[in-house]
Design a protein around this ligand. Structure first.
Ligand code: HAM
Length: 420
């Protein structure tokens, strides 16, 4: 029996959890500022949702999905991302009938069978937003703005936003033909993955990370040179609007992103603290996805970012919330009567919003005081025979060591604890 977690799947232990809680809290706050509403979806979906939505030729579908048959032999998959699931839910619950324009966000675990390394795990967590139902280029910019607002709220610097447009479905076909022509004389020198993609979907060659293939990729035509009039105008307006809002970006004409549903705008936010291949977040438009899933023609745009990568950058820069979970008061007890009084007081104090704990291991007073220190309790109160009979005692401020006389009842204790 192997009592270790599955490779690439990590426990998040109590000493890291405040980072996660604060980052999640911030995401909820920023999403609310931009009027996005939370959606929570299953971890498991029918495999076709992802293979059709994300694309058979993508690395995610081809190599990275956790797919298994259920007891009746139906193929199910642990979600590798959430855009496809959000669109499934949007259609399944007729959200488009109530209001075709929806601004949604999510936070949760995703699963990809990737080689575990820094910034890459097999169970990881994403936060993401999806704005469905408008073609406005200003909405692409709102999505990007939200990403910047989140990073700014943490004071993260050293970021660069790369942006590109891969155009509509017709432009993409034109671009694929241009890539086919470009790679025709080079493909023999490229890796087996690129050779397979050359026939099936040459756009995916641009996702290749093999150093040997990079010179051929760098010389490939730019998608922006092949955009139709409407897509070129859309991209122009996106860039103009980013300029107007003072949001910095670089156009990267080779950026296509590894998922097939993208149309028009695609972008990634890169941090100097992560490896060059690891984006802090990525997103783009997917104007054909709703229709592809059997819904009415409905455009969409969104992004997702890795929680682990964001928390890593925050820790690198010491920007993350450092504080431990708050404990207002520790009750150190002597004897049975002391513990009995502690139990009663804790019941009442917790109703008043005071976080309080005591010793359940019958330890010596000095051990209990050491434990209160370890928990970073703000106050300590000893409940021994004298305190039990007099119902008064001395409460100690743990940071300064100052001791204050106190009446041992909820009112007396809260009046001191709530004094800042
Ligand atoms: P993605 O680029 O595949 O896009 O993933 C988004 C982010 O998830 C990445 O930038 C990265 O931060 C994080 N991530 C991906 N894989 C891993 C991994 N194995 N370990 C740790 N972090 C990882 C999407 O998933 C799209 N659904 C984004 C989107 C939403 N586009 C439109 N709407």
């Amino acid at each position: 029996m192997n009592y270790r977690s599955v490779r690439g799947m990590h426990d998040i232990l109590p000493d890291e959890i405040t980072h996660w809680q604060r980052v999640e809290q911030r995401i909820h706050e920023i999403a609310a500022l931009f009027n996005y509403h939370e959606i929570r979806l299953p971890l498991i979906e029918h495999t076709e949702l992802f293979s059709r939505g994300i694309g058979e030729e993508t690395d995610v579908v081809n190599k990275e999905m956790y797919t298994f048959p259920d007891r009746r032999g139906r193929s199910l998959t642990l979600r590798p991302e959430l855009t496809a699931s959000v669109i499934r839910s949007y259609l399944e619950h007729g959200l488009h009938n109530t209001d075709p324009f929806q601004k949604l966000y999510y936070i949760g675990p995703m699963f990809r069978y990737e080689k575990p390394q820094r910034g890459r795990s097999r169970q990881f967590h994403q936060y993401g937003i999806e704005a469905i139902g408008s073609l406005a280029p200003e909405l692409d910019v709102e999505v990007i703005h939200l990403a910047w607002a989140l990073m700014d709220s943490f004071g993260i610097r050293g970021l660069s936003l790369r942006i590109n447009s891969i155009g509509c479905a017709k432009d993409r076909r034109r671009y694929q033909d241009a890539l086919h022509d470009h790679f025709s004389s080079r493909i023999k020198e490229m890796c087996p993955d690129c050779q397979r993609r050359y026939n099936d979907n040459p756009l995916r060659i641009l996702d290749c990370k093999n150093p040997h293939c990079q010179p051929h990729i760098a010389a490939a035509p730019a998608s922006t040179d092949l955009l139709c009039h409407d897509c070129a105008n859309h991209f122009k307006r996106v860039c103009q609007c980013l300029d107007e809002l003072g949001l910095p970006y670089e156009i990267d004409p080779r950026l296509v992103r590894g998922l097939d549903y993208y149309t028009r705008t695609v972008f990634e936010l890169i941090s100097t603290d992560l490896g060059a291949q690891d984006a802090l977040l990525g997103g783009g438009r997917y104007d054909g996805l709703v229709e592809q899933f059997g819904g009415p023609p409905t455009p969409g745009v969104g992004l997702a970012g890795g929680m682990e990568r964001l928390i890593f950058v925050l820790r690198q820069r010491n920007r993350g919330p450092q504080d431990k979970q708050r404990l207002d008061l520790f009750l150190a007890t002597i004897g049975e009567e002391g513990l009995r009084l502690a139990i009663q007081l804790m019941k009442e104090l917790r109703v008043h919003g005071v976080s309080v704990d005591t010793d359940y291991r019958g330890r010596s007073l000095s051990k209990q005081i050491g434990y209160a220190d370890q928990l970073a309790a703000r106050y300590l109160l000893v409940l021994g025979p004298d305190e039990v009979s007099a119902k008064t005692g001395k409460i100690k401020r743990m940071d300064s060591g100052e001791e204050l006389p106190v009446a041992i009842n909820p009112t007396g204790l809260t009046s001191i604890i709530n004094r800042r």
